[in-house]
Ligand binder design. Structure first.
Ligand SMILES: Cc1ncc(C[n+]2csc(CCOP(=O)(O)OP(=O)(O)O)c2C)c(N)n1
Length: 591
């Protein structure tokens, strides 16, 4: 008989927690310790040959670090924090992981149950704060484990939800006395397959219908979202490339999905949406290329994007084709959420792509149509730069134009680098001015866009993938918000690299307010941040710090920092003084 579980005797709940995490391969945990989680912390210490508990500087940062770790490794990100303020601090990072599609488990300790409601320090159950309710409103699943007897049911539910597809964030509140309680005997699973399963299929009939729509169109387009990232890592990408080449179907991505499809591929229209590439609009509206051509393309296949504001240019009607609009997603709640479609397909996107490629391999394209499409995409690229302002990318001006800074970053990035983008103008500049191909990856968090995400995520990713260069592109304001985690990186010899857009301002908001309520001088002074010395701050936190003022300096310093990060496993912070007058292409150009 096959054993689905084995008997385990005399384990504490804390030991069982770690047994489950070991089963999931989740042996690196992040957080800030505290009293309400002490039995779990003690168990982590006792099992320190197996488990690594990375003590971070603040719990939100810990959750961003766990998020980056999960993105780089594919494993569950785990955050362990104390009750009360520890739990609430971790909330932003946890809800951001939910919104960004990362598997994240936040375990917050809770005070012993016998003291519920009595005014115990940092209680989060029966007083002003209800931690479980707070997390229930901000993540996929939140639970309070009230006894050893319900621990297994509740904890495996958390794992099932966190590691589902799409990936999600969950929370478990664990009172310290429950963590310490001994379970005389339980049946323990032998593999995660004993308590969770993943969706694998795609409905063949609907894939065939989608394929027919696509190949029958004159000007079809595929729109790739961040939800395809895992499916298109590795071998399947090559097959997908052959498919689009055979039928000459151009591919654009969302900003979060940037570079999942190689941006230098002949059929890549790069990223659409916020500060996107210049190319997609000419495909969406061919009459921009030639007034005799139609003002609309005629078929859209959307693969695994939630079609949020920044991915769709606020649901631009231009995105709606004059023909079939097909949306594929595993999460049926986002299919047709904000834009009506013709055909919705609930499917695992990898299976969908496999089946579509198989249909393509067996089919014969209309060679004339294929040649015409190929020529049209090539013409778009010949006539138009992908960048909003290509000359500025080449500028040697001082202070550095952000476009030129991105070019310097681009040129020195190793081919398998991972770039993490924070919230601020770093979004606009990376979206518009970086060009990347797999295996390089660029990660954003544009559902929530919290400041500090990129700082933490680059650290977690570097810990998870030490052989890859992990680079955060971040504003000075966000760096001040969560840059203390550089100290975590220094303490644990994590050589992440931080490129800080040093403009002495909360510039995205300054420029945004000025766009809607023009008053340039006042906004600039209002959101000025007092010229902090970021390179010195970096030194103080245990990193190497650099200040660069020109592209020439950046071309020298950035490769040096990358090399030092790899060689010495020491975080590197480059404060790049940029020109504050440059505005990313967020806003339509004034005529
Ligand atoms: C946690 C959080 N608070 C506030 C905001 C709103 N916000 C978006 S961008 C931005 C300015 C960021 O400043 P900085 O990091 O210096 O980047 P810059 O815009 O100057 O490039 C702010 C305050 C946010 N996204 N996240």
């Amino acid at each position: 008989m096959v054993a689905y579980s084995a008997r385990v005797d005399q384990q504490t709940v804390a030991q069982l927690v770690l047994k489950y995490l070991a089963l999931e391969g989740a042996t690196t945990l992040f957080g800030v310790p505290g009293a309400a989680v002490m039995h779990l912390l003690d168990e982590l210490k006792l099992q320190r040959d197996t488990f690594r508990y990375i003590v971070c500087r603040q719990e939100t940062g810990a959750a961003y670090i766990a998020d980056g770790y999960s993105r780089a490794t594919g494993k569950l990100g785990v955050v362990v924090v104390t009750s009360g303020p520890g739990a609430t601090n971790a909330l932003t990072g946890t809800m951001n992981a939910q919104c960004g599609g990362t598997s994240l488990l936040t375990i917050s300790g809770e005070i012993p149950e016998q003291y519920f409601g009595m005014g115990y320090l940092q209680e989060g159950v029966d007083t002003d704060l209800d931690v479980n309710a707070v997390y229930a409103a901000a993540s996929r699943y939140s639970t309070l484990v009230t006894s050893a007897s319900n621990f297994q049911t509740l904890f495996t539910q958390a794992l099932r939800d966190a590691l589902s597809r799409p990936r999600q964030a969950v929370h478990v509140s664990l009172p310290d006395d429950v963590a310490a309680s001994v379970v005389p005997s339980v049946q323990f699973p032998t593999s995660p397959a004993n308590y969770r399963a993943l969706p694998e299929g795609a409905p063949a009939g609907l894939v065939a219908q989608s394929f027919q729509h696509l190949v029958a169109a004159e000007r079809p387009l595929i729109f790739v979202g961040n939800g395809t990232r895992e499916a298109l890592r590795g071998g399947r990408l090559l097959r997908f490339e052959r498919f689009v080449e055979k039928f000459a179907i151009p591919v654009m991505t969302t900003p979060d999905g940037k570079a999942i499809f190689p941006e230098r591929h002949a059929l890549s229209l790069r990223n659409y949406g916020i500060a996107g590439c210049e190319w997609p609009k000419y495909w969406l509206n061919p009459s921009l290329m030639d007034p005799k051509l139609p003002a609309k393309y005629d078929a859209l296949l959307v693969l695994a994007t939630t079609m949020g504001e920044l991915s769709t240019n606020k649901w631009d009607p231009l995105l709606v084709p004059n023909g079939p609009f097909i949306q594929v997603d595993l999460d049926q709640s986002v299919v047709a959420r904000a834009m009506p479609i013709e055909l919705g397909v609930v499917a695992e996107v990898g299976a969908f792509i496999d089946q579509m490629c198989a249909l393509g391999e067996a089919a014969q394209p209309d060679e004339k149509a294929v040649a015409a499409r190929r020529a049209f995409v090539a013409e778009i690229k010949r006539k138009h730069s992908p960048f909003a302002d290509p000359a500025k990318r080449d500028s040697e001006a001082k202070p550095i134009l952000p476009q030129a800074l991105m070019k310097c970053v681009n040129e020195a990035l190793p081919r398998d680098a991972m770039v993490f983008v924070d919230a601020g103008n770093c979004v606009g500049w990376t979206c518009n001015d970086l060009e990347l191909d797999p295996p390089a990856e660029i990660h954003m968090s544009l559902g929530m866009g919290p400041m500090g995400f990129g700082v933490g995520a680059a650290i977690g990713a570097k810990l998870g993938a030490p052989e890859r260069a992990c680079v955060a592109v971040v504003g000075d304001g966000a760096f001040l918000m969560h840059g203390n985690e550089v100290s975590t990186a220094a303490r644990h010899r994590i050589g992440a690299v931080f490129v800080v857009l040093d403009d002495d301002n909360l510039l995205m908001v300054n420029q945004g307010m000025n766009q809607f309520f023009p008053d340039p001088k006042v906004w600039r002074e209002y959101y000025d941040i007092g010229r902090p010395k970021l390179a010195e701050l970096a030194h103080a936190l245990g990193a190497d710090g650099y200040e660069v003022h020109s592209p020439a300096e950046m071309r020298r310093v950035f490769p040096e920092a990358l090399a030092k990060a790899a060689r010495e496993k020491k975080p590197q912070v480059i404060a790049a003084r940029i020109n504050i007058d440059e505005i990313p292409p967020y806003y339509p150009k004034k005529p």
